[in-house]
Design a protein around this ligand. Sequence first.
Ligand code: DGT
Ligand code: CA
Ligand code: CA
Length: 575
Amino acid sequence: MPVHNADIAVVLEEIADLLEIQGENPFRIRAYRNASRIVGDLGRDIAKMVEKGENLVELPGIGEDLAGKICEIVHTGSCGLLAKLHKQLPPAITELLKIPGLGPKRVKTLHEKLKVQTLDELAEACREGRVRDLAGFGEKTETHILEAIQARPAAGNARFKLAIAAQYAEALVAYLRAIPGVTQAEVAGSFRRARETVGDLDILVIADSGSPVMERFAAYDEVREVLSKGDTRSSVVLKCGLQVDLRVVGQESYGAALHYFTGSKAHNIAVRRIAQDKGLKLNEYGVFKGERRVAGDTEASVFKAVGLPFIAPELREAAGEIEAARAGRLPDLVELKDLRGDLHAHTRATDGHNTLQEMALAAKERGLEYLAITEHSRRLTVAHGLDPQRLAKQIDEIDRLNAKLKGIVLLKGIEVDILEDGSLDLPDSILARLDLVVGAVHSKFDLSRDRQTTRILRAMERPHFTLLAHPTGRLLEHRQAYEVDMLRIIRQARDRGCFLELNAHPERLDLLDTHCRTAREEGVLVAINSDAHSALDLANLRYGVGQARRGWLEAKDVLNSRTLKQLRPLLKRTM
Ligand code: DGT
Ligand code: CA
Ligand code: CA
C-alpha cells in the first residue's frame, strides 16, 4: 500500500496534538509538529525514499526517533505510538480536534473541565453556556464552536487542499499511464483550474479498446470503495476519502472532453451558448455542424471552432474571460519560470529549519536570482522572533555570506508584526538597515473591519514598510480571513509605493483571486512568495503561481518577476 506524504503528516500531527493534550514535554510536541509540516510540504515522495533505503535523518528536523516512526508509518500505514495514545484518551478527542478553532490546548481544557467526550456533548455544553466561562474561551468562541459543529460537512463531503490532492493525483496519473493501452491520462476539473481546494478528481484517459484500464483503476491499491464501474466511466473513493471519476474517451473527442470536464460548469454553459449562436453544437464529444464533427481532438480546436482564442484553465470561471477572449484582451498569465526571486523566507534563526546558506543554495538550485530572508520579529515569541540585536547579527551574517555566494543574493528583510495600533514591532532605526520590510498581522484577528483596516493602513505608512504579508490572514482549514477593507489597502499600497504578497503556502494562498484582479486594476504589484520554513518549501511557489493565474496576473504584475537590478529601486520607498 503506497503511503503518501500527506498521510504521514496527518499521523504525525495527530500524535503532536494528543501528546499536547496529555501535557507532554513541549519540545517533543514541537518535534512532531515540525516533522508533520516538513513531511507534508516535502517535494519528494517519502515512501519512495524509504523504499530506496535513503536515510530520512537527512531531512531537516528529522532525528533518529522520528525517522523510525516515519518508516513505521510507511510500512504499516500507522504507528504504535498513535495507537497507544488513542487507547489512553477518549475516542472523541480526535473529532473535537477537527473543529476549526479548537486546537489541542482548548480540547484539553474541554476534556478536563467539562468532561466533554463527543461533539454532541460539546454542542450541548455550548447551548447551556458552560463553555464561555472556561479560561481562554469566552462567549464569542462558544458561539463559533457551536456554529462550527452545526456547519460540519457530512462525512465524505470534505474538500481537499490543492497541494494534498496533487499528491494523490500525481501518483494515480503515473499509475494510469503505465497501464497497457493507455496513451494519455490527465486530471481535469477544479484541479486543472488550480482551485484552492478540490471536491473530487476528474481524470480523462485515452486507451485502446481492450486495455484493462477500468479493471486496473478499480484495483488500485489506494481504492477504498468502487462506486461504479463501466466501460467508459468509473468512480472510486480513495482511502483518504477523495473521490476520483475516471472517463475513457476517444482520441477524436479528447479535447472536447478535456474542455467539458475542466469546467467550470458556468464557463461551459457560456461557451456552449456561443457555439449555438454560430449554429454549432458543443458537447463533451466534440463540436458539430449538424451530424458532422468539425472539432474536438484538441482543446485548441474546440476554442477555434467557436471563434475564441485558447483560454487558460485557471481563467475558466465565467468571470469575464469570455468577454476578454472575444475582445482579444486575455491576460498573458504569469508562469513559474517568470519568478526571479522570492521575498519571504525563514531560517533556523527563528522557526525555520535550514541555515542561511542552505536556503540560499536551495533558491539558486531552483533558478532564483535572489531570496529575501524575513524572520519573525520579537513579538512572535512562539517562533522565537528576532529582537534588534539578533536582527543586527543576522544582517552582518547575510553580508558576509553574500560576499561568498555566487549566482544567488540574499536580501535582508524581516517579517515584522503589525501591532494592534498599527505600529511595527521593531524600531525604524533597525528597519532602515534592511532591503525590505514585510509586515504581517499575527494577532488580534477579531478587530472590527474598521479598526483592522486602520491598523494595516497605518502600518503601511511607516517609512520602511515594503510588503504586506498574507493580507487576509485566512488559513484554508483553520481560520477565516479577518474583516478588512481590501480595496482601501490596495489603494494605500498604490499611494505609498508598497506591495501585497500572494503567500504560496498551500494552507494560505492569500491574496485571493479577486484581490489579485483588483491589485492589477489599481496598478499594485503582487509578490508571489513561498514563506518557506525549509529549503523544500520553495516548491510551494507553484501553488502561488496557480493562484496568481486565477487572479489574472501577468508576469509584469508580479514584483518578483523583476530581476534584482529592476527590483532594487522598487524596494526603495520614495514617500
Ligand atoms: P469540484 O470537484 O467540486 O472541486 O469542482 P469541479 O469543477 O471539478 O466539478 P465536478 O467534479 O462536479 O465536474 C467536473 C466538471 O464537469 C465541471 O467543472 C464542469 C463539468 N460539468 C459537470 N456537470 C456539468 C453540467 O451539468 N453541465 C456542464 N456544462 N458541465 C458540467
Ligand atoms: Ca472535480
Ligand atoms: Ca467529478
